[in-house]
Design a protein around this ligand. Structure first.
Ligand code: ZN
Length: 340
């Protein structure tokens, strides 16, 4: 639990994953034969000496912001890194990861009292928002932060009920945690397992692409989070995934623009889930992609599957998930890999 909390609270927007990298490198080293960091920042851990190569991937990067401009009066303007809904940004507390250390900020906007009727009806776009770091002018602000500094949403992690937890960046630190646990538990003779903690997934699945090319695996599994539909105002036909009902085995992502799971991998995952009495759900999604979408079309094609942990409030400051689903994801992948 301590490791999962640390992973969620650590900072790592796309391209600035170094803090997560450090944790992954250290944890992999305890349970794998070799660990390296490639040119792209991916952490690649290797275990086993078998002929068949299996790649398992989860991304280290999280959605966040980046300082774009410092206003004369000391407020910061920013760009979004990854798909964040503008509606969740207002009034969030953020941390600018400046070279001099962490700088706390509040995302502000014009108060409702000063907004015209028309303005109040509209979503305030991120370009209209600003970050207040308490600086009296640009000179003071520039002493604290620089243009180009990454910004994370304020770290949080905790428990809501017996099995239901919340945290920042659970997309995809849950996957990172799963990778470490899988490498710890897996013990196979015929294969070599490559666990890859990938970079820059949220901005175009980049790290997974280059690492899959390098490893050239025979099979691959991406572990990520997916959209739970068990909250008010989501219709069952939009998403019928529920927290606590088991890992989601993907059939297609983004209506087929993302991964289309290889039939062999799909069948093995479902068969193993049934045999081992692991609850599972089937995921067919209209939007959203994972690292699996790029791995499966690398080189001449790599049979790939995706196993996901259903998550509420995805791409917001705090996600909610079931610890049982996370543990069952680990169990499913550990048992399925030897069957590839
Ligand atoms: Zn993700």
């Amino acid at each position: 639990m301590e490791l999962l909390e640390r992973l969620c609270k650590t900072s790592g927007i796309s391209g600035f994953e170094n803090e997560v990298q450090e944790i992954m490198k250290k944890e992999f080293a305890k349970v794998c034969d070799e660990v390296e960091i490639d040119n792209f920042g991916n952490v690649i851990a290797k275990k086993g000496k078998g002929k068949k190569k299996v790649m398992i991937a989860a991304h280290m990067d999280e959605i966040g912001l980046l300082v774009k401009f410092i206003e004369k009066n000391g407020f910061l303007r920013f760009v979004k890194i990854g798909g964040i809904d503008d509606r969740v940004l207002l009034q969030q507390r953020v941390i600018v990861k400046s070279k001099k250390g962490d700088v706390l900020g509040i995302i502000g906007a014009k108060p409702p009292h000063l907004q015209k009727e028309e303005e109040r009806k509209k979503v305030i776009k991120h370009t209209e928002l600003f970050i207040d770091i308490g600086a009296k002018d640009d000179k003071e602000a520039k002493n604290m932060v620089e243009v180009g500094d990454p910004i994370i949403l304020e770290p949080n992690f905790g428990k809501l009920s017996k099995d239901i937890y919340f945290g920042k960046a659970i997309d995809d630190r849950l996957g990172c945690y799963a990778l470490i646990e899988i490498m710890k538990q897996i013990d196979i003779k015929e294969s070599t397992i490559y666990a890859v903690a990938t970079t820059q997934e949220e901005v175009g699945l980049k790290g997974a692409g280059v690492s899959a090319f390098k490893i050239n695996p025979d099979h691959a599994i991406a572990i990520d989070v997916t959209i739970a539909g068990d909250t008010p105002n989501i219709k069952e036909k939009e998403s019928n995934l529920k927290l606590g009902k088991g890992p989601a085995i993907t059939i297609v992502e983004a209506s087929g623009r993302g991964v289309i799971t290889h039939p062999k991998i799909r069948e093995i995952l479902i068969k193993i889930a049934k045999e081992k009495n692991i609850p599972y759900q089937i995921d067919v999604i209209e939007g959203g992609m994972t690292d699996g979408a790029i791995i499966y079309k690398t080189r001449s094609g790599i049979p790939t599957g995706v196993v996901s942990i259903p998550t509420r409030y995805i791409h917001g400051p705090t996600g909610v998930f079931s610890m049982d689903d996370l543990n069952n994801t680990i169990k499913l992948v550990v048992n399925a890999i030897p069957k590839f």
